[in-house]
Design a protein around this ligand. Structure first.
Ligand code: C5P
Length: 232
């Protein structure tokens, strides 16, 4: 299993993105392209990043009826990205359809990762608005188990939940963990953060780092620090 540091490229256009990437002369970091950048730059930006030799986690969090998700995943698998995701709350038929749509003729496919409950969802919202009356951590683990049973490769979660996910779903089941900060960096809107070193200790497979790298005075040095702590 290949662990890695993924940079969250939360930029709103290609100029910003490529002036950031041009700073990296020696490394080709794994990049996360989310809704903001994808809606701003479309598939052309994805193709250009691929041409430059980066791996891509396309973070579009699909959630729709199974047929739509299956057919959309088939389109995404044609982009040659390395990892895509969906909402586990779409249910088993949707997740299995996604996997089918994603699998290419030759049997290869990008990794398929599930979002369980968003970290912006708390117990109050879940109980009062989603009308789910179970404890949040039980819901997260149950959604992770569903994803695993449908054949998905892993979940997005906090490094603090990685151990429990592995206990429930097995150690091969991947944990993709945002909420990472280098020691001394501003926490911003993240509630519970860990350093890359702690994420490694807690068993994360991939850390997703945004502002600690993109907002750093020297992004390349910040990326190297993350790599040293997490992979070193
Ligand atoms: O800048 P920062 O390191 O906080 O960025 C984290 C990235 O991970 C953002 O792109 C954010 O949308 C994403 N993310 C997250 N928490 C989740 C799922 C995704 O922070 N549960």
């Amino acid at each position: 299993m290949k662990k890695d540091v993924i940079i969250a490229c939360d930029f709103n256009g290609k100029e910003q993105l490529f002036s950031f990437l041009d700073k990296f002369k020696e490394e080709k970091p794994y990049l996360k392209v989310g809704m903001e950048l994808f809606y701003a730059g479309g598939v052309e930006i994805v193709k250009e990043i691929k041409r430059r030799g980066h791996k891509i986690f396309l973070d579009l969090k699909l959630h729709d009826i199974p047929n739509t998700v299956k057919k959309s995943m088939a389109v995404l698998s044609g982009y040659d990205v390395d990892m895509v995701n969906l909402h586990a709350s779409g249910g088993s038929i949707m997740m299995k359809g996604a996997l089918e749509g994603l699998t290419r003729q030759d049997g290869t496919r990008p990794l398929l990762i599930a979002v369980t409950q968003l970290t912006s969802t708390n117990q109050e919202l879940m109980t009062n608005e989603l009308l789910i009356d179970k404890p949040l951590d039980q819901v997260v683990m149950s959604y992770a188990e569903n994803a695993k049973n449908c054949g998905l490769d892993g979940v997005v979660c906090s490094p603090l939940e990685a151990g429990k996910v592995k206990d429930v779903c097995g150690k091969e089941f991947l944990t993709i963990t945002p909420g990472i900060r280098l020691a001394g960096d501003a926490v911003g809107d993240q509630k519970r953060v860990t350093t890359p070193a702690l994420a490694k200790e807690l068993g994360s497979d991939y850390i997703v780092v945004g502002r600690s790298i993109t907002g750093a005075e020297d992004p390349v040095a910040a990326y190297r620090q993350c790599v040293k702590e997490f992979l070193g």
